[in-house]
Design a protein around this ligand. Structure first.
Ligand SMILES: [Zn+2]
Length: 1047
């Protein structure tokens, strides 16, 4: 035993240096791990830069001419691919030893055997996620050819892309990667395991002791044991001295925990961002590198478990790496490689629509069921920037009642008060939630992490277990051998929580059993960070909204044509495949760095192509279905309404409005509107005064609203001396995460934009007719940008519309539009998935104050009981309502990770709609749908079988959101099931009964869940005395209901 006065610091640092991979490696333990090394022969062939890795097969690769290369050679440029043939000769004298192939190309790489089967990934950088060794044999026995041959695919990017400068900077296109190491070596497993022990002792000593002699006695035991081990080891008598070192170590680690010690449910994990600082195509290879490494480890560690999300990534591996997929299937069948989350990708948690959320699960779970016979039991979204308050009900609707994340640990201001809780959504649905208290999804199974997990846990005394997700992540990687060896040693050691190899099911079953002690959290899980992602990369948002509505139209028309038996079977199967493909492209683009706008330019360019493809598929389906639904007699021009309520519209000729019509619900039948109040305009003193049936508005020469009287209430919308449609520009310089964050202080830099510099820039009249008036103006904004706007007021719409074009070229500026409104309320409402969310419009508490920028979808509203004002939009998601000002975020200009983010022309529309307050909520919601879901211009002939309303709903608050052919039986895509899926939800927070009427030949119906599985009895449609066919359904506030309709 060492002296009583032994110095803690020098002893700790002595141990630290003895295991260091940087210092004293010629005399320390780390330096003993590879006592014998031999070079390998390296031959190289570069994939031509105009060729993609997907375009060449392994058989073709190995036929290429590989030329000799040596250590120190450099390869590039960024994103290029290089192939290496490695010839390994193992000396006879290494017989019986553990032999490793070691490779570090300062990049990512994938090792293949000579058959082209992926064996394992290599990672050269960054340092903290290195993986340099592949175990050729645990006990080498020469029994084959003289030489072993491997192939290595080198990807010219590091684990976190190729940022020029910092990690999130835009990629350096010309980076070179040097081959730092390529050899074969004997691994001294005794030295390696002692190194693991010493690292654990060092960590325990550091964590459990304090400088003044205070702390835990186990910490001092660890400190002295570590010191004693180093004393025991003698360089000239390694074998014997090692036995003594091992004895000291075993003596320390044999002491067990108490029976009620906290238990860590450890699960291997590998967070692979589906695109981020790299493209989707690179992610495909990241999956192969990561998961082949996992499989290699699983073969050596029989208790190891691994949880893995995102069906899209599984699907890619199935397509590009079939041998790896087969191995994964084997371990999945053993319950060790565990598909989790049930979604197609780990999507953004705020912006996707309710239907998009459901589709993430529909396609994700169906993939897992079809390929593996597995249904994920939990929602898995550890790294997403906030979670909508409608999530619990959506989860329940797809059969999930558990949720795991950790991202709220990133909140800047308020610490979320639980790690385990019951989460209640806007409709009252509840799911059980766990945040791993280690605040990480990429742990290393270190003592410090285990202790943090227990110490940080906020629900102490209420729960007995916590999850630890270990494995390199974000850019893939997954578990590394030392993590498993640390965990093995720490399973049950006095002083550190117990470790168990676990599964989500095991953890949540236990948590559910302990749930009576848990607290409840109501409403959204708002991340107090990354709230610039509601606005960055405006095209992602615009395409997302557009795809959601166009795909809705496409599958609705497909369902109608199918039900009316207007479509040949083969075409039906093709078109259904097209719609599904369109959805999948959209779902992938909803990934939590793509839709939020936080990826590199290459990834966003790829995403735009996928969005356009999705829109093209939807448009083709719409066109084809309309052609099937059209009658055969002479066709006339019509507008098709795909929404379940009547809509007013203007018919144009030569761009001038000709007449006003009302199109019937879900129909192309219309009536001309007879008794129309015309739009009237007066001009004078630089002001344009315009009135329609609903309001009288005054527009100043800058395009701002100086007054707006709502006729029904007589109320003024705009407070005195303030202006609606006020564009404002802010400085927008975050602390680090450029595309992600707008900080609270940006609000202090407000600059109003109202500076027409000449009369040409002022408001002009473009169109003045009784049916519509259009004003237009154009002004510079910021240093290099310009806004062009048309303001439309029609005789058929209760809102004023702002059609906007922005040439945007700013640096770290944030453009918004403000609508101060004469409304007194303490909360504002924001459209969200299948409902809306109320949030305070004041800053009473730090929680209110931290929500200075929030997410909302098609509308935001400030209302009194009988008076209110809403703002609608066609593609925006960032909002703030402070006091009586509704502000909508329009454009940002971050420079990382995409240096050109949003630097181009943008088109978007928004509108201002005064109304009769809370009692008009359903009107606002309907107008927001109308504003986003265009009437489809088409030529049709009146045909009795396709005319009339296909569906109507008699409740103003129940929205018929989705009509689609139901999914085929798993594994049989060719045989359509004669059923249509109909999804409705209550949109206003009311309790209501709805009658869903149809003119289509349905016979019976049954309620189902979001995965289209029946949950209710088969019931016949009712036929009224007037011959109307209908069924009824009751709804609680914000309730989502799905039905299968048979014909
Ligand atoms: Zn992520």
């Amino acid at each position: 035993m060492a002296s009583l006065h032994k110095n803690r610091r020098t002893t700790l640092e002595r141990i630290e240096k003895f295991v260091s991979r940087i210092y004293f490696t010629d005399v320390n333990l780390y330096g003993r791990i590879y006592p014998h090394q031999e070079n390998v022969d390296i031959f190289h062939w570069a994939l031509p830069q105009d060729q993609h890795w997907k375009s060449i097969s392994f058989d073709e690769i190995i036929k290429q001419t590989f030329l000799p290369q040596k250590i120190g050679d450099c390869f590039g440029p960024t994103w290029a691919t290089h192939y290496f043939k490695i010839v390994v000769k193992i000396p006879e004298s290494w017989s019986g030893k553990e032999i490793h192939l070691r490779w570090n190309s300062n990049s990512e790489a994938l090792l293949f055997n000579s058959l082209g089967e992926p064996l394992q990934g290599f990672t050269g950088s960054p340092d903290h996620q290195k993986r340099e060794e592949f175990i050729i044999s645990k006990s080498w026995e020469k029994k084959g050819p003289e030489e072993l041959v491997y192939f290595i695919e080198m990807a010219c990017n590091s684990m976190f892309g190729a940022g020029k400068g910092g990690m999130i900077d835009a990629p350096d296109p010309d980076r070179k990667y040097s081959l730092e190491m390529a050899n074969v070596a004997v691994c001294d497993t005794c030295a390696y395991h002692l190194l693991i022990d010493l690292e654990l002792l060092f960590d325990m000593a550091k964590e459990l002791t304090e400088a003044d002699g205070k702390g835990d006695s186990r910490g001092y035991q660890a400190l002295y044991a570590g010191n004693q081990i180093i004393n025991a080891i003698q360089a000239d008598d390694w074998k014997n001295s090692f036995r003594e070192a091992q004895r000291v170590s075993n003596e320390f680690f044999k002491y067990r925990n108490g029976e009620r010690a906290h238990i860590i449910d450890a699960m291997g994990h590998c967070h692979i961002d589906t695109a981020w600082l790299w493209t989707y195509d690179e992610t495909i290879r990241k999956c192969a590198r990561s998961w082949s490494s996992v499989i290699a480890l699983m073969k050596d560690y029989p208790e190891m478990t691994f949880v893995c999300s995102q069906a899209q990534q599984f699907s890619w591996v199935k397509q590009y790496y079939p041998s790896l997929f087969e191995e994964m299937k084997h371990f999945i069948s053993l319950g060790r490689f565990i598909p989790v989350g049930g979604t197609w990708v780990e999507m953004d948690g705020n912006i996707p629509s309710g239907e998009s959320f459901i589709r993430q699960f529909l396609y994700g779970q169906r993939f897992f069921l079809k390929e593996f016979g597995i249904r994920s039991q939990e929602f898995w979204l550890p790294d997403t920037f906030g979670y909508s308050a409608q999530t619990p009900q959506i989860l329940k609707h797809v059969g999930i009642s558990r949720f795991l994340t950790q991202k709220l640990s990133w909140s800047l201001v308020n610490k979320f008060p639980h790690h385990n809780f019951l989460w209640e959504g806007i409709d009252g649905s509840t799911v059980i939630v766990h945040f791993p208290p280690g605040d990480s999804y990429e742990a290393n199974c270190k003592v410090s992490e285990a202790l943090k997990t227990e110490r940080n846990l906020l629900d102490k005394g209420r729960v007995t277990r916590s999850v630890m997700l270990y494995g390199f992540g974000d850019g893939g990687g997954g578990p590394h051998k030392p993590m498993l060896d640390r965990m093995e040693r720490l399973k049950d050691v006095d002083g550190v929580p117990k470790f168990e190899n676990s599964t989500p099911n095991k953890f949540f079953e236990n948590l559910e059993a302990e749930s009576s002690q848990l607290c409840r959290w109501v409403g959204e899980l708002y991340l107090e960070l990354h709230n610039g992602t509601y606005t960055s990369q405006a095209d992602m948002k615009k395409y997302n909204r557009s795809c959601e509505y166009k795909l809705r139209d496409a599958e609705l028309l497909l369902a109608i044509a199918f039900t009316l038996e207007r479509i040949p079977l083969a075409d039906l199967v093709d078109l259904r495949t097209n719609v599904e493909e369109g959805w999948r492209l959209l779902l992938v683009n909803q990934f939590h760095d793509v839709l939020p706008g936080s990826s590199i330019e290459l990834a966003h360019t790829e995403a735009k192509e996928w969005f356009r493809k999705s829109l093209q598929l939807a448009a083709e389906v719409v066109d084809r279905c309309i052609s099937y639904l059209q009658g055969t007699s002479i066709a006339s021009y019509s507008l098709l309404n795909t929404l379940p309520w009547s809509r007013n519209a203007l018919i144009y000729e030569n761009e001038k409005p000709l007449k006003a019509i009302s199109v019937k619900p879900m129909s192309w039948d219309d009536d001309e509107l007879g008794d129309i109040s015309p739009v009237v305009m007066e001009q004078g003193g630089g002001i344009h005064k315009i009135s329609n049936k609903w309001f009288s508005v005054e527009i100043d020469s800058s395009g701002r609203i100086s007054s707006m009287i709502h006729h029904a209430s007589g109320n003024q919308v705009v407070p005195t001396k303030e202006f609606g449609n006020q564009l404002v520009l802010f400085d927008d310089i975050p602390l680090y995460w450029d595309a992600w964050d707008c900080m609270d202080y940006h609000i202090e830099t407000r600059n109003a934009v109202n500076r027409p510099s000449c009369t040409e820039e002022e408001v002009h009249v473009e169109l003045a007719t009784p049916l519509k008036v259009t004003l237009k103006w154009s002004q510079p904004v910021g240093q290099k940008s310009r806004v062009h706007q048309k303001i439309h007021i029609t005789a058929v719409h209760s809102f004023i519309e702002f059609e906007t074009r922005v040439e945007w070229a700013e640096n770290r500026k944030f453009l918004k539009v403000e609508f101060p409104v004469e409304v007194h309320a303490n909360q504002a409402s924001f459209d969200t998935q299948f409902g809306f969310l109320n949030r305070p419009n004041h800053k009473n508490t730090s929680w209110d104050s931290a929500k200075f920028e929030v997410c909302g979808h098609k509308w935001a509203d400030l209302s009194e009981p009988a008076w209110g004002v809403s703002v609608l939009n066609d593609s925006k998601y960032g909002w703030s309502v402070h006091g009586r000002t509704i502000t909508m975020s329009l454009l940002r200009s971050p420079k990382a990770p995409d240096a050109n983010c949003d630097m181009h022309e943008h088109f978007f529309r928004y509108a201002l709609m005064p109304h009769n307050g809370l009692k008009s909520r359903s009107e606002v919601i309907r107008e927001s749908y109308n504003f986003n879901c265009e009437l489809i211009s088409t030529k049709v002939s009146k045909d009795t079988s396709t005319s009339g309303s296909w569906f109507t709903v008699n409740s103003s608050s129940v929205i018929l959101e989705t009509i689609k052919p139901c999914e085929p039986v798993l594994g049989d895509d060719k045989t359509p099931v004669k059923r249509i899926l109909v999804r409705l939800f209550e949109s206003c927070g009311d309790r209501t009964h709805a009658r869903i009427e149809t003119s289509l030949p349905f016979v019976n119906y049954m309620e189902c869940n979001g995965l289209e599985e029946p949950i209710g009895p088969l019931l016949p449609f009712v036929v009224s005395t007037k011959g109307q066919k209908f069924f009824t359904a009751s709804f609680t506030p914000f309730q989502i209901k799905s039905f299968l309709l048979s014909f």
